[in-house]
Write a protein that binds this ligand. Structure first.
Ligand code: GLU
Ligand code: ZN
Length: 299
């Protein structure tokens, strides 16, 4: 089997335990299949990009003994490819400009309000793709079967934002196709975006990859670890003990002496013993970050 996997972090801050879990899971899946593991820096959402974060993520991956294949792809270098896709969709009338504000839509399903609209002299508008009622589905390697109907459950969705930036849904599909990704292994917070991506793959005549969504890590307050929830940094921690923790969060049993070995021995063992079937089949796992990261105060 050809296996082309990837890890696609957004450079909004350094890696934290949650993103490390995804990186490790996708790395192990790829390496166990003798596949490729690419890294793509998703720096399309420029207002959220933190200077230096991409480099920090890449050096943490290196320090943790996770070398990637080929060149790192940066989304900021791919704008003209995204533009070409938009132009193609425009020519085929698969998209339309939308001037509705976020407030007007207020979190509701977008029922195609601007589908027939002809632009006058509006300057700010997003581009939405027309959805339809055909049912879509996929079988996730961990989370099971998902299906849905975009038009009624999601609505026409944005592929280029009114601030001029291309939306995640479009760029992720364009880049996975460009990198010939056959297996997408990422966090379960993206599960409910997958049908939109499958829909775009169909519009672009691209194959749909196989999907694996790992549980996301929640902190003691049940918030997803992220920069916004002050996820503790991990880049200063010794790699092997932390990787052992990640391995066990992913449901894998580990002999206690493995904490004492060097990085190479850890990875050799982990790649050989990794068993995707043991990963908890849940969308999230709650932990106490102080305990897991070994920073709990000693009383
Ligand atoms: N850049 C996204 C994130 O950091 C991941 C996108 C993906 O794996 O499809 O959450
Ligand atoms: Zn609209």
């Amino acid at each position: 089997m050809i296996y082309q996997g990837r890890f696609a972090p957004s450079p909004t801050g350094p890696l934290h335990l949650g993103s490390l879990v995804t990186a490790v899971g996708s790395f192990l899946q790829a390496r166990q299949q003798n596949g490729k593991w690419y890294v793509r820096i998703e720096d399309i959402d420029t207002p959220r990009v933190v200077i230096g974060a991409a480099q920090a993520i890449l050096s943490t991956l290196s320090r943790f003994g996770m070398p990637w294949d080929g060149e790192v792809l940066f989304q900021s270098q791919r704008i003209s490819a995204y533009q070409d896709i938009l132009a193609d969709f425009q020519a085929k009338q698969l998209v339309y400009p939308c001037t509705c504000s976020r407030k007007q839509i207020a979190g509701k399903i977008y029922h195609g309000h601007c589908r027939q609209r002809v632009l006058k002299d509006e300057k700010r508008y997003a581009w939405r793709v027309r959805t339809d009622v055909n049912p879509l589905s996929f079988e996730d390697e961990i989370q099971g079967k998902f299906s849905g109907c975009l038009e009624t459950e999601v609505g026409d969705f944005i592929i280029k934002r009114s601030d001029g930036l291309f939306a995640y849904q479009l760029v992720v599909v364009a880049d996975d196709a460009r990198q010939n990704i056959t297996h997408i292994a990422r966090g379960a917070d993206l599960l409910d975006t997958t049908l939109r991506q499958i829909y775009l793959q169909q519009l672009l005549n691209c194959p749909t990859p196989n999907y694996t969504h790992f549980p996301v890590i929640l902190n003691e307050y049940a918030h997803k670890l992220s920069k916004q929830t002050f996820a503790p940094p991990i880049d200063h921690l010794p790699p092997v003990p932390l990787l052992v923790q990640v391995f066990s969060l992913l449901g894998q049993a580990i002999p206690p002496e493995l904490t004492q070995v060097n990085l190479q021995t850890f990875w050799d063992w982990a790649i050989q013993h990794w068993d995707i079937q043991k990963v908890p089949k849940v969308p999230s796992i709650q932990i106490n970050t102080d305990v897991t990261l070994g920073t709990a105060p000693i009383i």
